[in-house]
Design a protein. Structure first.
Lengths: 772, 236
């Protein structure tokens, strides 16, 4: 097996050298004078999951400058264009500064007391009449750890409902379920160092060049330095990532499910697997199949232990015989020879392979299965837990990991990998929270799609939305908007600007953003980053956790938050930290984070971070000489799952002949509520377009920038055509972005979701396209 | 329009209004459709000034002309200042020059930072030209030569400084042809790539979308009149 200890040493030496020398901040003379009176503080960037470090310059109570932090190990002083204009996102002219309450069709100004009293009254009335499961909270992977923790304690420990969800359900849920059912612990074993140390990178449907900009520039640097490095882009659309890749492999939407199975077939057929690794670490399992797509309300699908069959390696091999490369080609569109070639790359002992993926795999009606299959490739070949050789699931949001996943603000989760269904977990949680364990419901709450559908069904009476914009970002959004507009539920929205969600709110609360409050984020590579409050929020805007605690007091739940006003963040952190100690997710004392540019958990007893989990070379949970040990998995053995092919929820047909896919671009963030208020970014990209293949466009008489009508079974929209632009979808596919609030493209998207992760599939539905 | 911060002003309206303002840039077309071009009025208004500011020597200079414009000297002679090209432009990219243009008063110009040429596939401006000042034999938008984009300010260019910007590249209608990204190692961080946008003059049409979209207050990339490449016998 030969764990390459030399690699660890090499990596450590480089890191140490860097830390010792530091990076000089190159600044022209005279700048110091101009900067007089500016005080600088550190913070992670507000946008994506990469977690770049920035320096924030404050003068006279206002941010006057931001710049990439040269001491930040993630970005070493660099940013993307969104990060460059970071502070401007806070200074849009229409910041919300006062609570607003709906009076008929008008929103009128109110005091915090009026607004909070009203919310508490509505929640109390609903709970009294319909029980605690008639109320909900919908948060965000952009919540700080403290905000998520406050919400979890309030809803799960106080109100007694698990109806708490983060928007991370729309982005990381599939990754989470696969991490749990494979390794028994959420989040990756590897880290960004894998981008510097590997030599083969396979991207599965990820446009990293635009969605993870600074990280991509790091990956490309590895390629520039080392001629051996190869980057292979397996995707349904040629993107800026493709342009820099060594090879592009076109795949039909949903084709990954077939292609990876066929690759595993080749690995087994040609004995490219690592038998010793498998013997020592792997179990084989078969789960529940013929899964539904979540299109019917209240559809239930679970994979209980009774549904899971244990397989022997031989039984697994036998089952995989059906997935020949020819079969894979038929379904995925990837030539059989290419499937064989890819399989051999994973099987090549002289290559260090890292797989990278994000929304292409996660926003997938069989997203958990594809995540499982990617792990299978690494587990069968033993390419895991080694520098440069890991499956690395890239996150979308700045604290999808830190808050949504680690704090556990999902309908089934509790902090540090625990779940509400488990009595021991509820007891442990109740112990730390100082409450009766019976208070925490064992019933899994409503997942995101069901939560908003329940409004339409008149089952959910109150919902509080913080730090996210579901009435733009959810699929099949017109059904949900209509329900909200019909005032079927009492809706509270906390945000910093008017959005498509505040439009349908009964109460709008002005929130503090980013460095207007103190907080902690956790990024893709388990890096926990802290920042201090640097400026006051505008007007009466307040931190989300303050809003929740004031509400809690009115609900008679103030005792859950016994923290002092001054020591609030530290005291809450130390309480939360107790969940993580000894759970393999150990966080450091609060003060430690003030001094460093983040630490990757588990943080060792000596205060040092962990770069690679489950290996004795780095993970403090292993004794030296143990090699690799998946200590969070039952019996220390991880699962290779048999996951067959099942078709997508909706495929193109005669009436709707095109695939429709949605996604991000570099210039804007999510629903554009922040970046849309930065004039420079609006100058760069002012609105959504529809990307088409030039041959499709020609056939339909559509020229560049022509208005094009795109219609699905759920909605219709007109967008300007973009042909031969930054990206080109494969023939028969069209693509658009979701940042433009004047074009609600999610009205077109199908609300099908993965039956295990309940994550919607934003990447696949059928549309027709014609010149408008 | 509506009073700002006035007491009793409907907050919802204010919010809606602000949101609209935010998206003003997104409905450029609708905005354009509403306004008509008035070249004659411009000419009349400008003529008085022109008498004072005639600067024949500077008239050519750096003004960018619509697609298909013939050589500047001949263009000035051929253009009848009718404004039909400007009227035909769906984006109102073509404006009629005022007195500051000297003898060029009333001639069509493109100021990319205000509105670039979006390179209509059928080039309606050329079709509309009655005088031959815009060359009708030009039919392929990729052969248009309004000018050539040049990264004037390399020290400010965010991409050259190692940031992930490259907006000019991604907005270029001839992406990967007229502007390519030339990646190179960033010695400052020793771990990242500088993704430098490079303009290829033989492909660049000078539409100015790059100049228009540059996020810096003063664009780092600017369209210049195309410089004739000096040919010699040196080969390498």
């Amino acid at each position: 097996m030969g764990l390459t200890r030399r690699d660890f040493i090499k990596a450590s030496a480089a890191a140490a050298a860097f830390a010792a020398v530091g990076v000089p901040v190159l600044r022209p003379e005279g700048v110091d004078a101009a900067e007089a009176g500016i005080s600088w503080g550190k913070a992670p960037c507000r946008y994506c999951g990469v977690g770049c470090c920035v320096l924030v310059g404050v003068k006279g109570g206002k941010i006057v400058a931001t710049k990439g932090d040269p001491a930040g190990p993630v970005n070493k002083g660099l940013n993307c264009i969104k990060g460059y204009f970071l502070s401007k996102a806070l200074y849009g002219k229409d910041r919300l500064t006062k609570p607003l309450i709906r009076k008929g069709n008008r929103m009128v100004e109110a005091s915090w007391d009026e607004a909070l009293d009203l919310i508490a009254t509505k929640y109390q009335q609903a709970i009294a009449a319909h029980g605690p499961d008639s109320v909900a909270m919908y948060g965000s992977g952009q919540w700080t750890v403290h905000e998520g923790y406050t919400a979890s304690k309030l809803m799960k420990g106080g109100i007694g409902t698990n109806n708490l969800e983060p928007n991370a359900r729309l982005c990381m849920a599939s990754a989470v379920v696969a991490f749990m059912n494979t390794f028994g612990s959420d989040e990756p074993m590897g880290c960004y160092d894998d981008l510097d140390l590997g030599d083969t990178y396979i991207l599965w449907g990820a446009n990293m060049a635009e969605a993870h900009p600074v990280l991509f520039s790091r990956l490309i640097d590895n390629k520039l330095k080392h001629p051996k490095v190869r980057l292979i882009d397996v995707a349904t659309r040629k993107t800026r990532t493709t342009k820099m890749a060594d090879q592009y492999i076109a795949m039909r939407p949903h084709g990954d499910l077939a292609a990876i199975n066929a690759m595993i077939h080749v690995i087994l057929r040609d004995k490219l697997y690592d038998e010793a690794f498998i013997k020592q670490h792997v179990n084989f399992k078969r789960g529940k199949e013929n899964a539904p797509y979540g299109l019917k309300d209240k559809e239930v699908f679970n994979e209980t232990p009774a549904d899971i069959k244990n397989l022997t390696f031989d039984e697994y091999k036998e089952l995989m015989k059906q997935f020949t490369p020819q079969w894979g080609e038929k379904i995925s569109g990837i030539p059989a020879a290419k499937i064989e070639e890819l399989a051999r790359i994973y099987g090549d002992k002289s290559r260090k392979v890292t797989s990278l993926w994000t929304m292409g795999v996660n926003q997938h009606s069989r997203g958990v299965w594809v995540n499982n299959l990617i792990y299978n490739l690494h587990l069968l070949t033993g390419k895991i837990c080694k520098p440069g050789e890991n499956p690395l699931s890239l996150t979308g949001q700045p604290s999808a990991c830190g808050t949504a996943r680690e704090v556990g603000t999902f309908a089934h989760r509790l902090p540090a990998d625990m779940v509400v269904m488990n009595e021991a977990h509820r007891k442990k949680t109740a112990g730390i929270w100082g409450i009766n364990p019976d208070k925490i419901s064992s019933k899994v709450g409503l997942h995101t799609m069901e939560m908003f559908r329940a409004i339409d069904r008149n089952e959910l009476k109150c919902i509080w939305i913080q730090c996210t914009n579901p009435f733009q970002s959810l699929p099949n959004v017109s059904r949900l908007r209509k329900a909200a507009e019909a005032r079927k539920a009492f809706i509270v929205v906390s945000d910093i600007y008017p959005t498509k969600s505040t439009e349908v709110a009964d109460v709008i609360l002005p929130s503090a953003s980013w460095v207007e409050k103190e907080g902690v984020f956790g990024n893709t590579e388990r890096r926990t980053q802290h920042w201090f409050k640097m400026i006051e929020p505008p007007g009466q805007a307040r931190e989300d956790s303050w809003q929740l605690i004031q509400f809690a007091k009115r609900m008679g739940l103030g005792h859950l938050f016994p923290y002092s006003e001054k020591g609030f963040h530290k005291e809450m952190w130390e309480e939360y930290r107790r969940f993580t100690i000894g759970a393999g997710k150990d966080l450091a004392p609060y003060e430690a984070y003030a001094k460093v540019r983040g630490l990757r958990w588990p943080v060792k007893p000596d205060g040092k971070e962990t770069r690679w989990r489950y290996t004795d070379a780095d993970d403090p949970y292993l004794k030296k000489g143990e090699g690799i040990k998946f200590y969070k998995a039952p019996g220390n053995r991880v699962n290779v799952w048999f996951r067959p092919y099942e078709p997508p929820a909706e495929s193109p047909d005669r009436e709707y002949p095109f695939w429709f896919c949605t996604g991000r671009l570099l210039e804007h963030w999510h629903t554009g509520t922040m970046t849309g208020r930065v004039p420079e970014l609006r100058r760069a990209v002012s609105g959504a377009t529809i990307e088409m293949h030039p041959e499709d466009a020609k056939r339909l008489g559509i020229r560049n920038r022509d208005p094009v009508r795109i219609t699905s079974r759920r909605g219709s929209i007109v967008l300007p055509a973009e042909i031969n632009g930054r990206s080109t979808p494969e023939k028969g596919s069209v693509f658009s972005t979701f940042f433009d609030e004047t074009k609600l493209i999610n009205e077109l998207c199908i609300d099908a979701f993965d039956p295990l992760s309940k994550e919607p599939d934003f990447k696949k539905c059928a549309v027709k396209v014609r010149k408008a | 329009m509506r009073g700002k911060g006035e007491k009793g002003v409907n907050r919802e309206q204010e919010i809606t209004m602000a949101t609209e303002t935010t998206n003003a840039g997104m409905s450029r077309r609708q905005f354009l459709r509403g306004s008509a071009v008035a070249p004659l009025a411009l000419m009349l208004a400008g003529s008085g000034v022109a008498a004072v500011y005639l600067r024949p020597a500077e008239a050519g200079g750096v003004t960018l002309r619509p697609p298909g414009a013939i050589a500047e000297k001949r263009f000035l002679a051929a253009c009848v200042r009718c404004g039909k090209c400007a009227q035909a432009c769906p984006y109102r990219s073509i404006k009629m020059a005022g007195g500051e243009a000297g003898v060029g008063i009333g001639t069509p110009v493109i100021v990319p930072r205000e509105m670039p040429c979006y390179l209509c596939p059928d080039l309606p401006c050329i079709t509309a030209c009655p005088s031959g000042a815009l060359d009708k034999s030009l039919q392929d938008p990729e052969k248009v030569r309004i000018g050539t984009a040049v990264i004037m300010d390399r020290e400010s260019c965010l991409s050259i400084r190692g940031l992930r910007c490259e907006v000019c590249h991604r907005q270029c209608p001839l992406i990967d042809k007229a502007i390519t990204i030339e990646p190179r190692h960033n010695p400052r961080t020793d771990e990242h790539t500088i993704m430098e946008p490079v303009v290829h003059s033989e492909k660049c049409v000078g539409c100015g979308i790059c100049e228009n979209s540059c996020v810096l207050p003063k664009p780092a990339i600017v369209v210049q009149k195309t410089v004739v490449i000096q040919r010699d016998s040196y080969e390498f």
